[in-house]
Write a protein that binds this ligand. Structure first.
Ligand SMILES: [Zn+2]
Length: 74
């Protein structure tokens, strides 16, 4: 897909790290599949993965996690 930010690059499959900060909880997701622009590096997450990350984040917040490193597994 064409990058919506720089309008020059094309996105390619990649793996990224995402940090989510919510209230007292900091979550770091490693190896999240994403589309990454080969020109400007902008990262695009699919809506399913976005949803999945939010679900994991909410579960961690309920457990009272302060800091957690998670490996994303589809
Ligand atoms: Zn771009």
């Amino acid at each position: 897909m064409k990058c919506a930010i720089c309008r020059h690059g094309n996105t390619v499959d990649g793996r990224i790290s995402i940090v989510l900060d919510k209230e007292q909880t900091t979550l770091v997701f490693k190896d999240v599949p994403a589309q990454v622009c080969d020109n400007c590096g902008e990262e695009y997450l699919s809506s399913e993965i976005n949803k999945e990350l939010l679900k994991l984040a909410n579960a961690a917040i309920k457990r009272g996690v302060y800091l957690e490193l998670l490996k994303y597994a589809a």
